[in-house]
Every structure is written in structure tokens, then in C-alpha cells.
Design a protein around this ligand. Structure first.
Ligand code: ADP
Ligand code: ASP
Ligand code: MG
Length: 440
């Protein structure tokens, strides 16, 4: 069994949907996971904001724009009138559903229902298209098997038993289409796996089905050594370990949702990153096998807040760090980076949701300073500490950039450096030249 996930740009137009429909017809038994058509989840997010504000006019306008966009797409996708009509009727029910939320209270429950429409629509269109082309396939609704528990972790037993049952019911079919991103929570309500979550869906399904491999098809030929949105000359990495890929995804390489490879990794299933537009390119293979260069890639994560905690009581005292960490635990705020000296500890967080309460509690023990708009630059590879000279190359490359915090030795796979966000582009370019001998 193969799991193939196609992202928003891969199904971003009628042409692209047709192209994916060709790609997935190679006779292999598979589950195809689709994202929403590019731009749709963003549009739905804006509609959600208008619904919270009770701005009916804005909702109407945005739904009208979506309707127009999809009418053109349907027109180009189908050749015969019957499926065209069927698709338009189905689309109408989605738009009516969204509009209906202007009439009543709008809460988190309705929000998630609105956000789910993008994937429900893209998979409906693909299934109708495959039917028009006479391809034997079945649409299996993710809301019938994908579920997260109280801790927002995938409920693997539920996913596995329901998927197995659903696939068994579809006798003689080898091509299954399903929605990425959307799921049910432990109440049974519609929920989602957070932005970019279709990658996670594919990995969860892969683990549940003990698939041979999970393929993430996107608009670039695999994980690159640097962020292509910031640096011009980047190159694909042929092989990564799960640890390296996880660090890169967590520290900003948008090609992968941060937690997406965990289920595949636990189940020992290789993950491949492939380019939908250039399927012949090798892409990146993520597995347990270490290989290649010691320093493989850099990534950057924005929106970081640094907190400096200083107390004379920390000098020669034990138990101080425990108290500090307890505050973070109480507020359920995860820490990304940490450095300590004899009288101070600095750490970073990426969510400011509970910041005010957190700071109030910390100020009971210490003086606290906060710096916002920080970026973590993460240099990823394997066994960095066992070869000499890596640190010198990294810091040599960054010699003109003010470094706020440095974390080295915490993991075999990464060196993390905190800088002010205004230095991010310059830092990534300097590392491209200094570590990879590439133009910036
Ligand atoms: P999809 O819609 O297919 O899920 P995403 O936009 O989520 O695609 O991810 C692909 C994008 O990730 C690429 O177009 C690229 O701009 C961005 N990206 C950021 N960092 C990297 C990296 N290190 N390697 C490859 N792509 C990256
Ligand atoms: N459609 C969702 C998003 O845009 C999920 C995904 O594409 O992975 O975030
Ligand atoms: Mg994505």
C-alpha cells in the first residue's frame, strides 16, 4: 500500500488536478490524500474572521468570489455536461452551508466546519473527474476514520480499525481518495490538524495501514538546503534521517508540517518528498539511515519571543530552574531554546497566548526581560559534535550578525541560534555561502 499526499498548489487549477489524476493511475494500491485547492483555506480563514465579526456583507462577497473561482475551475475540468452539473450542485451545498453561519451564533465549532470545506471540495472534484474518465476509485471521507484524542494526538487504534473496515467494504478498488487536514476530535466534532496538516494526515494513514511508503507531493523537488523563499540558490537534499527532517520541519522548513513525520517514523515507514510538476526528479528520502554531508540544511523560524530571567538567588542555589520550568508547565507553554549562566537563564517560546500571565508568575522569583520579533536559525545535520571545525564554520559565516543566544550540544542534529528577525535574510544568505558554497 502506498500513501500519496498532494498539496494545495498540486491541485491548484483544473490543469493540475488533471495532471495529478494521471500521476496517481499507476496501478498500485494506494490512498491519495488531497489538500484544499491553493488559496482556499486562506479564503476560508478570512471568512471565519468575518463570521466572528458578524460582517454578513463581507462573507457574501468572499463566498461569491470563491463561487466564481470554482465555476471557472469546474468548467475547465470536465468535458461532459453531466459531471459539470453534479459538481456545481455539490459546490452550491458547500456555499449554502458556509452562508448559513451568518444566521446564528458563531463559535469554534462552526469555525472548524467552515475550515473543513476546502478539502471536502477538492476531493469531491477529483472523485467526479476520475469518474468522468472512467477510472475505478472511491472517495473515503476522512471524517469517518481520522480522529484525534483529548491531547490532540492521533487516535491510532480508531484510525486503523475504521480505515480497515472502510477499505474492506470497497471490494475490487485499489485507488482511494481522501481529505487531508480534517478530522474529528474526542467529542466527535469536526476538527483539523492545524495549517499544513495534510502532511500529518498522510503520515497517520501510512502508520495505520503499515504502508510501504508515504509520499508528500508538492511544488518543489524535495527538502532544500536553505529556505528557497529567502535564498535564491538552494539545492535539494537527497537523503535525510527522521531526526534531521523533524528538526527542519519544526524550525521552519515549510515543506513539511512540524509533527507530520512522527507517525511514519514510529511505524518505520520511509517518507519521500516529491515534485508534482517534475515527477522524474528524485526528491528527498527520509528514513532511519544516516548519510551524506555532516551539515545538511538550515531553516529559520520566526515569531519567537525571548525571555531573560535573572535572579541573584540563582547564584549557587539549586531548585531555581525547577521553579522557572514549573511556571512554564503550569501555563502549558513549551520552550524551544534555553541557555543558562550562573545567575540568569534565557529561553524562547513561540506562542504569546499566555505571555502576560506567565511573566506575572515569573516576576515573583526574578527580574524578567522580554524581546519579541526574534528568529531561531537552525543548522541541521548529523553528529555535528564528532567532527571538528563545524562550529567555527557556522560562526565564521555569521561573523557580521549579532547573535542573541546559541544552543549547541543539546541534540546531535542541530545548532540553534537566536537573532533579531531583521537579520534573518542576511543570516540565511551568509550560511548559504559559508556552509554550502552556494551563491545567496
Ligand atoms: P503544499 O501546499 O504542497 O503543502 P507548502 O507550501 O506547504 O506546499 O510547502 C512547499 C513550500 O515550502 C515550497 O514551495 C517552499 O517555498 C517552502 N520551503 C520552505 N523551506 C523549504 C526547504 N528547506 N526546502 C523546500 N521547500 C521549502
Ligand atoms: N488546506 C490546509 C492548509 O492550507 C491543509 C494543508 O494544505 O495541508 O493549511
Ligand atoms: Mg504544506
Amino acid at each position: 500500500m502506498l500513501i500519496q499526499k498532494f498539496g494545495g498548489t498540486s491541485v491548484g487549477s483544473a490543469e493540475r488536478i488533471k495532471h495529478v489524476a494521471e500521476l496517481i493511475q499507476d496501478g498500485k494500491r494506494k490512498i491519495v490524500v488531497l489538500s484544499a485547492v491553493a488559496g482556499t483555506t486562506n479564503a476560508l480563514t478570512e471568512i471565519v474572521e468575518d463570521l466572528y465579526r458578524g460582517n454578513k456583507v463581507a462573507v457574501e462577497e468572499k463566498v461569491a468570489a470563491l463561487t466564481k473561482h470554482y465555476e471557472a475551475l469546474v468548467d475547465q475540468l470536465f468535458t461532459s455536461q453531466e459531471p459539470k452539473k453534479e459538481a456545481l450542485t455539490a459546490l452550491d451545498t458547500h456555499w449554502t452551508h458556509i452562508r448559513s453561519f451568518t444566521l446564528d451564533m458563531f463559535t469554534r465549532f462552526e469555525e472548524r466546519t467552515v475550515l473543513a470545506q476546502g478539502e471536502l471540495i477538492s476531493t469531491m472534484l477529483m472523485q467526479f473527474y476520475l469518474e468522468e474518465r472512467g477510472v475505478k476509485s472511491a472517495l473515503i471521507p476522512a471524517l469517518d476514520f481520522m480522529r484525534i484524542d483529548q491531547q490532540s494526538e492521533p487516535d491510532m487504534w480508531y484510525v486503523q480499525s475504521n480505515l480497515e473496515r472502510i477499505l474492506k467494504e470497497q471490494k475490487g478498488i485499489d485507488l482511494f481518495i481522501t481529505q487531508g487536514y480534517i478530522c474529528r476530535n474526542h467529542f466527535g466534532d469536526i476538527d483539523n490538524l492545524k495549517r499544513g496538516g495534510s502532511d500529518y494526515t498522510a503520515s497517520i494513514i501510512g502508520a495505520a495501514m503499515k504502508a510501504d511508503r508515504v509520499q508528500i507531493w508538492t511544488d518543489i523537488d524535495g527538502m532544500h538546503n536553505n529556505d528557497p523563499r529567502v535564498v535564491k540558490h538552494t539545492r535539494p537534499i537527497r537523503k535525510l534521517t527522521f531526526d534531521e527532517a523533524a528538526e527542519l520541519a519544526y524550525f521552519g522548513a515549510k515543506i513539511l508540517h512540524p509533527t507530520s513525520i512522527q507517525p511514519a517514523r514510529k511505524a518505520g515507514i520511509p517518507v519521500e518528498l516529491k515534485n508534482t510538476m517534475e515527477p522524474e526528479k528524485l526528491g528527498t528520502e527520509i528514513s532511519d539511515e544516516a548519510s551524506g554531508d555532516f551539515i545538511k540544511a538550515v531553516a529559520a523560524k520566526d515569531g519567537i519571543t525571548a525571555i531573560k530571567i535573572r535572579s541573584d538567588r540563582m547564584l549557587l542555589a539549586y531548585g531555581f530552574l525547577r521553579k522557572v520550568f514549573e511556571v512554564f508547565e503550569r501555563h502549558r507553554v513549551p520552550i524551544d531554546m534555553i541557555t543558562t549562566s550562573e545567575v540568569a537563564v534565557s529561553l524562547t517560546i513561540d506562542s504569546t497566548e499566555r505571555l502576560d500571565q506567565l511573566l506575572e508568575d515569573l516576576r515573583e522569583y526574578a527580574q524578567v526581560e522580554v524581546e519579541r520579533d526574534q528568529t531561531i536559525v537552525c543548522i541541521v545535520g548529523h553528529l555535528l559534535q564528532e567532527e571538528e571545525g563545524h562550529a567555527a564554520r557556522i560562526f565564521g559565516a555569521l561573523s557580521n550578525i549579532p547573535l542573541r543566544m546559541i544552543s549547541y550540544g543539546g541534540s546531535k542534529n542541530n545548532v540553534s541560534i537566536l537573532i533579531d528577525s531583521s537579520w534573518k535574510a542576511e543570516a540565511l544568505k551568509a550560511l548559504n555561502r559559508g556552509l554550502f558554497d552556494l551563491e545567496a
